[in-house]
Design a protein around this ligand. Sequence first.
Ligand SMILES: Cc1cc2nc3c(=O)[nH]c(=O)nc-3n(C[C@H](O)[C@H](O)[C@H](O)COP(=O)(O)O)c2cc1C
Length: 207
Amino acid sequence: MEKVLKVLRYGHHEAIVVTVDETGIPHAAAMGVRAQGRGIAIFPYINTKTYRNIVRGSPISVAFTQDSIVFCRVVVEPQELRFREGRVRGVYILDDSVDLYVEAVPEALSNHGTRASVLLKVLDAYEGCGSLIAFSRANAMLVESLVYLTKLRALAEGSFSGDRSEVGRWLEVLRYSLSIVRKLGSGELIRCANAVMDELRRLGVVI
Ligand SMILES: Cc1cc2nc3c(=O)[nH]c(=O)nc-3n(C[C@H](O)[C@H](O)[C@H](O)COP(=O)(O)O)c2cc1C
């Protein structure tokens, strides 16, 4: 657990949460994670599949990675994701470039309006096959763009429950973050930025 708390020493972090649905199929979603006491907490909106799976009692894995391309796959190409069984019975983990896996069960759940806070009890934590990556603004900005893409997608699908007056600002952040990816990123990152643009177009969003 010490290792997990150290990895989460900067406050709010981003990770991939894997739950299992009622038919036993794993589901991945990008979620914010924080250290809380001797455990970790996640904050799913209550209209997410992740939240519904947790309420049903799904075990959980959390994948920490520095690699924005993994986040991009989860958000833009979920059909390409691969999973494998974790160490704890019933847990699935994301089979990708992951630095640290945490396997957990929900311990306490509280709702604050449209968002829940789920405290997780960590059962196991171990390193994945992620590889070192130096700090990169393009890498960070690709994740930033994905946050706003998922908000716009929720809005387009009618499941957004937050403040709609923020949309103008989201578009501005998307424009800026994607411009940094294009300016500073590798070909691989730029291809992801293009996939984000394609998805925005599909949603009818022009930036
Ligand atoms: C980096 C990042 C962080 C996110 N954090 C959260 C979060 O903390 N809670 C949440 O409900 N959705 C968050 N989202 C949006 C969800 O990943 C997205 O809406 C997801 O499709 C909803 O979950 P579901 O697939 O379980 O329905 C985040 C998205 C990104 C890209």
